[in-house]
Design a protein around this ligand. Sequence first.
Ligand code: URA
Ligand code: ZN
Length: 392
Amino acid sequence: MAQTKPEAPVVDIHTHMYPPEYVSILSSRDTIPLVRTFPSSPDPRLILLEAELPALERALQDPSAPLPGRPLTKHFTSLPHKLAFMSHHAISISVLSLANPWLDFLSPAEAGPIASQINTSFESMCATTNTTTTTNPTQQQQPQKLFFFGTLPLTAPTPTLLSSITHLTTLPHCRGIILGTSGLGAGLDDPSLLPLFAALADANLPIFLHPHYGLPPSVFGPQSARGDYGHVLPLALGFPMETTIAVARMYLVGVFDAVPGLRLIIAHAGGTLPFLAGRIESCVVHDLKLGGGAGKERRTVWEVLREQVYLDAVVYSEVGVRAAVEAAGGADRLMFGTDHPFFPPVDGDAEGEWESVRWNVTAVEKALGKGSREAEMVLGGNAVRVLRLVEE
Ligand code: URA
Ligand code: ZN
């Protein structure tokens, strides 16, 4: 009997949620990150970033001022909305992660139990979905599957932190962890992080490195500090630069040599690393005599990128995708993502097509050839292989 080629799966590795217990925490806070309701808005507002503070202050004083932050729609919190979004965009597998700023702001005592609760909540969303969803023949070829990146209680004492990694290894749908750039509070070149990086490498849990803090608003000038340019400068430039600085610091302190089994998946196509890796490498050669771990020769920034790093393809242009493929050492090291539920449709119909998704798909297809093996790998095959996205 003739065999038809199964559709190549589309896998979204950059897709966030806030489970209800996390929203309750944000709703009880009065410093960022927080959730606040305003009489003029049907949805509560989610206020996460320092850049959103001027608008928050104005809105609290003047009910007619523009609303701060962004609407906390059902797309952030509801599993049916996530699955509908996936169906609408023919995404058959998603690797969910808690959105920023994760658990970075919790007290040491509460971080461990809350991490455990949130990771269990993600596991149960995946388990329920993977056993109950069936193929909808009108919309897609493949049944929907979910996996997730866990969240660590970074403010908790080290034993709690390490036992949270052990907990993640018992959750069948966990495929790594999402991590911001602050680490234990002193950045990712902090030597105190080495036991954590080693434990993650031993557990075969890659780090999905994601920005949150951006750059100080003053960097962008007084107009931006007043909020005049909205999210453009902090999100388009601050986020990628923050990521770039964090990875450069990890490289400079020798994390990659100290933990050769560590794997990093860097958000937003590596921030600005594909463009700046050469400059970092040149400055290292001219300025520092970096040794390699265990008496080995120093590996260049390029070698580390090609041996221990994967990049997502959330970069919205084929120019960025081409640069990311070059920097990561091939199309087998790039993985598609959407950043759902951030960047909803500009016309407001969040149940329809999200142009931000189309831009990322088109970027991959233009850079690598629509229907090409490389494009299929980036759109899904690489994630299935690297993150073992098959039920065990
Ligand atoms: N994308 C994210 O993941 N987080 C933000 O805060 C904004 C965009
Ligand atoms: Zn994101």
